[in-house]
Design a protein around this ligand. Structure first.
Ligand code: C2E
Ligand code: MG
Ligand code: MG
Ligand code: MG
Length: 281
């Protein structure tokens, strides 16, 4: 999902709207068999403590390499999978794979998995999470699910109930891409998120000195603090951006400055290395 800032207003637009109909049709057909063809894998991006630089965990990010089209960006194929109602089976594969891979690392690094609204509007999703944990042996507190505000925008209470049951399993929740959606803040009062992830558009804006972006990060940090939640600044690319978000009080940081999304074996090596100095909560 790309964002751009203009006139102090942050716009979110859906990249699939710009895809030609023919390209979408071809990609959708290819997506239907991508998992079973073994074309999907996960990369893991480090998340670190903003103050100490200690590794706290990783975010699992889905990668698709098609034999003909090559690497297709998740910013392109995830929205397409959501629209074509293919995200549930793909997301289930992501969850199982992330749990299996992280369980074998044998270090206490936390693993965050992105979950689409569609998955949370299915009551059976709780069982899918429980099964992924049971089959992998991953401790529930090592798993974090990242959801976006859009999950609260649809009619009905199914997603809220599913989130409650996931919390009851001992799994953590974080609120992804915060500030780019259009929902109210009310849900923050009744769903226990462990952390709020502040979208990269604000991080960039703040380091450029944009007053509005700075004000928004400040407000989100204050809100999170008073609700007992952590804040993660997303997409930190430079030392300046790191300094800025640290000064604004973000507790965790993630971005190319600290590490790109890594293949599983490299992530495991990093986790093992970091756990020599123990992985921080
Ligand atoms: P996200 O969950 O907000 O993930 C963060 C995105 O920012 C990732 O893009 C990551 O590679 C990128 N990123 C991290 N650090 C930096 C940085 O310093 N600079 C810049 N420019 N980018 C940075 P990626 O991997 O292309 O994924 C894009 C989006 O696709 C994700 O955004 C998420 O919404 C979605 N996605 C990825 N994997 C999954 C998945 O397994 N399931 C679902 N439902 N969505 C996924
Ligand atoms: Mg995410
Ligand atoms: Mg994010
Ligand atoms: Mg983001």
């Amino acid at each position: 999902r790309s964002k751009d800032a203009g006139g102090g207003v942050f716009h979110a637009y859906e990249p699939q709207l710009h895809m030609a109909a023919e390209e979408r049709r071809v990609l959708e057909i290819a997506l239907r068999s991508a998992v079973e063809q073994g074309e999907m894998h996960l990369n893991y991006q480090p998340v670190v403590n903003a103050a100490t630089g200690q590794l706290t965990g990783f975010e699992a990010l889905l990668r698709w390499t098609h034999p003909e089209f090559g690497n297709v960006s998740p910013a392109k194929f995830v929205p397409l999978a959501e629209e074509a109602r293919l995200i549930a089976p793909i997301g289930e594969w992501v969850l199982r794979t992330a749990c299996d891979e992280a369980a074998r690392w044998d270090v206490p690094a936390r693993i965050a998995v992105n979950v689409s609204p569609e998955q949370l509007h299915n009551p059976a999703f709780v069982g899918i999470v429980a099964q992924a944990l049971a089959q992998s042996g991953l401790l529930p507190e090592r798993l974090e699910l990242e959801v976006t505000e859009s999950v609260f925008m649809r009619e009905g209470t199914v997603a809220v109930e599913v989130l409650e049951k996931i919390l009851d399993l001992g799994v953590r929740l974080s609120l992804d891409d915060f500030g780019t959606g259009y929902s109210s803040l009310g849900y923050l009062a009744h769903t226990r998120f462990s952390s709020i992830k502040i979208d990269r558009s604000f991080v960039q804006g703040a380091s450029k000195g944009t007053k509005e972006a700075i004000a928004i990060i400040r407000a989100v940090v204050a809100l999170a603090d008073s609700l007992g939640m952590a804040t993660t600044a997303e997409g930190v690319e430079t030392e300046e951006e790191h300094q800025m978000v640290q000064a604004l009080g973000c507790s965790k940081v993630q971005g190319y400055y600290f590490g790109r999304p890594l293949p599983v074996l490299e992530a495991r090596a990093l986790a093992m290395h970091a756990s020599g100095g123990s992985v921080a909560a």
